[in-house]
Write a protein that binds this ligand. Structure first.
Ligand SMILES: *Cc1c(COP(=O)(O)O)cnc(C)c1O
Length: 371
């Protein structure tokens, strides 16, 4: 059979796996699994069977297989948060290695990169996302990872993953190009297909889509790299439990339809915001549900955050309900002031995660808040 489409993979996520032939994969609550004999225990294959839930559970494995298929990789890993997935991705670094990242990333990444710099002497350099030649010029024999996020958060700039991965690998095929694909999800972007080596997600966001769990996903292509990650993963144990794996797999079934509706709604809101006299600039990459916008007046920022009734003033994104945040004081509060200024993360920039409510209700909500 030819490669299945994303809609078919998501709709049937986890199906046809249960020994009792259940259509929807049942939830397995057990921390351990029995061996049939000493011989079976001696020959046990950790990639197939089950022994202990830190290593694998049927629900987590079904999720990991589905994510590997959606992201066009060989192995998937489900972890207890997006940051845990990011930590796993970076676990290949050794003291003295260099890490180059985009300068416009999820705020928590910088905290962790700085930690690696101060505790493990990782050389950390940043690239402004403009000329690929500038990125290539930063590469040294010590460069191990190039870290990207696109569209960027919160300024929604898109990168050409294919072009970047090609140029980086031309310089040194050993360098891992790692992409955080949280904002677009595999429905809109498959970094591994575009030449990246590893893709990570905060599954807390679009993959889950319901603001009811915390999770992370890592998918990679290379089998030897997958083995290295597997050893670290089962040893450190930041694994996603069966219940959250079950919930996440259930959420994936509607991922494609949700993403399309997020885009439809976001486009309507962008159109309104572009014509709204209090708004000076709208940042939207053309797809997905994330929209950032600048207000002309600080007082209007306060009005919106204090008065929205349909939209919720809360951190996070990617759920069925619309959320609004102020990155300057929330998600990006730890980014140095100088850097925030350069990136345009100001106290008048708001970031809206457009949910699946009626777009007109969302527009009316912003209008009434601004009154
Ligand atoms: C939220 C987020 C993370 C961190 O994920 P958690 O699940 O909160 O640990 C990483 N990257 C991006 C782009 C995010 O939005």
């Amino acid at each position: 059979m030819s490669k299945k489409s994303l809609e078919t993979i998501t709709s049937q996520a986890g199906n046809h796996l249960d020994d009792n032939k259940a259509v929807a994969l049942p939830l397995y609550f057990s921390s351990n699994y029995r061996h049939d004999s000493l011989e079976e225990a001696k020959q046990f294959n950790y990639h197939e069977g089950y022994t202990y839930s830190r290593v694998a559970t049927p629900n987590r494995r079904a999720l990991e297989k589905t994510m590997a298929e959606l992201e066009n990789g060989t192995e998937g890993f489900a972890l207890s948060s997006g940051m845990a997935a990011i930590q796993l991705a970076l676990s290949v670094l050794k003291t003295g290695d260099q890490l180059i990242s985009l300068d416009d990333l999820y705020g928590g990444d910088f905290r962790y990169f700085r930690y690696l710099e101060s505790h493990y002497n990782i050389q950390f350099d940043q690239w402004n996302g403009e000329k690929i030649a500038d990125l290539i010029a930063k590469i040294t024999p010590k460069t191990k990872i190039v870290w990207l996020e696109t569209p960027s958060n919160p300024t929604m700039k898109e990168l050409d993953i294919k072009e970047i991965a090609t140029k980086v690998h031309e310089k040194n095929p050993q360098i891992l190009v790692i992409v955080d694909n949280t904002f677009y999800s595999p429905i809109y972007q498959q970094p591994l297909t575009l030449g990246a080596d590893v893709v990570v997600h905060s599954a807390t966001k679009y993959l889950s889509g319901h603001n009811d769990l915390l999770g992370g996903i890592l998918v990679c292509k290379d089998q030897a790299l997958a083995e290295q990650y597997f050893d670290y993963y089962i040893t450190t144990g930041d694994t996603l439990d069966s219940f959250d794996s079950w919930l996440l797999l259930r959420s994936l079934k509607t991922l494609s339809i949700r993403m399309k509706q997020h885009t439809k709604n976001a486009k309507k809101i962008v159109k309104y915001l572009q014509g709204e006299k209090s708004v000076s600039k709208v940042l939207y990459p053309g797809k997905g549900g994330m929209v950032s916008f600048y207000l002309k007046d600080k007082q209007d920022v306060e009005k919106i955050l204090n008065n929205v009734k349909v939209i919720t003033f809360a951190e996070s994104l990617g759920g069925i309900e619309s959320l609004i945040t102020i990155p300057y004081y929330q998600t990006h509060a730890d980014v140095e002031e100088e850097q925030r200024k350069r990136l345009g993360i100001t106290p008048t920039l708001l970031r809206l995660s457009v949910g699946l409510e009626d777009a007109n209700d969302l527009i009316e909500d912003i209008k009434q808040a601004l009154k």
